[in-house]
Design a protein. Structure first.
Length: 174
């Protein structure tokens, strides 16, 4: 059974383990998002998401299979492009830290989290969902495009010192 709910303080250890397991798996193959263990995502990211009540977990058989953070805070660089929805971020969810545990790859967990994001956005009267993705993260790009997200532009989000020069921005109107 799949259950998506707010993450709690009791989940922090499991979310940190998810982040570490995912980064370990990425380091042995193609690191599509360019994430670095100990740099991003970290326990502190999970803790902040829980404290701000914007981190959600997807449970599968009582195990955290995936997680996502939804807030109203765009990355630097979002203000340099023309979006489909011309309104304030109080009406927009921004997707951050969409993660799937390697044990649950190819099970549709990412899609379930994105579908939840849209439903949650509609329930909360959001007008749009925005996200950024490293330009070489082809699995995530395929997911977002198959979920109906529209490519807006490619921008520099200031992460070049990590080898992440260009990010694709996407938006879906609700």
């Amino acid at each position: 059974m799949n259950l998506i709910e707010y993450g709690t303080y009791d989940d922090i250890d499991a979310i940190e383990q998810l982040y570490n397991d995912l980064n370990d798996a990425l380091s042995t193959g193609i690191n599509y998002p360019g994430w670095i263990k100990g740099v991003y995502p970290t326990r502190e990211d999970a803790k902040n998401g829980i404290e701000l009540n914007n981190l959600f977990v997807l449970r599968y058989n009582n195990r955290i299979a995936g997680s996502i953070i939804l807030n109203h805070k765009p990355e630097t660089g979002y203000d340099r492009v023309e979006w489909q929805f011309d309104g304030g971020y109080d009406d927009i969810y921004v997707v951050h830290t969409l993660v799937v545990h390697p044990a649950f790859f190819k099970m549709g967990i990412g899609r379930k989290l994105m579908n939840f994001t849209e439903s949650f956005g509609v329930q909360n009267n959001m007008k749009s969902i925005r996200l950024d993705v490293y330009e070489k993260n082809t699995p995530a790009i395929r997911l977002y495009e198959s979920c109906g997200y529209h490519y807006i532009a490619t921008v520099d989000l200031g992460l070049g010192n990590y080898g992440l020069d260009s990010f694709r921005l996407y938006e879906k109107l609700l």
